[in-house]
Design a protein around this ligand. Structure first.
Ligand code: AMP
Length: 112
């Protein structure tokens, strides 16, 4: 999608610090990290959010989780949190599906 920031990263038009790739996904560092490991995993294809992705392309949900796991291991933070903010009211600000991989510091639970 032309106006989509993460489509721009997926196509290489917008620079990002890419840490992992698979055939259907790309992982790159969040610009505004909230933990020592803070990586976003996106699908190359444009999908609005994880609920839409699960219906349209369920295999890509599994691939995205697999990439997130590889990233967490490679970052040396095998204990991690995987977050899909879904809809604006839940904090989603970029409407191209992405998982936040957060690790490397104590993570509070419940999150608040
Ligand atoms: P969310 O609020 O869940 O939609 O997450 C969007 C995330 O994208 C935020 O954590 C931002 O810091 C991050 N972000 C926004 N623009 C960029 C960018 N150009 N490169 C990397 N991360 C970004």
């Amino acid at each position: 999608v032309e106006t989509c920031l993460f489509c721009g990263i997926a196509s290489g038009d917008i620079p990002a610090d890419i840490v992992a790739e698979s055939s259907g996904t790309i992982a790159f560092r969040d610009l505004n990290p909230q933990a020592p490991t803070h990586v976003l995993v996106i699908t190359r294809e444009h999908h609005l959010d994880v609920t839409e992705l699960a219906v349209a392309a369920p295999d890509l949900v599994a691939e995205l989780v697999r990439t997130a796991t590889l990233v967490a291991d490679a970052q040396g933070t095998p204990a991690f949190r995987l977050v899909f903010n879904t809809r604006a009211e839940a904090g989603q600000s970029v409407f191209h599906v992405h998982a936040h991989v957060l690790g490397g510091r104590p993570l509070l639970w419940p999150p608040g």
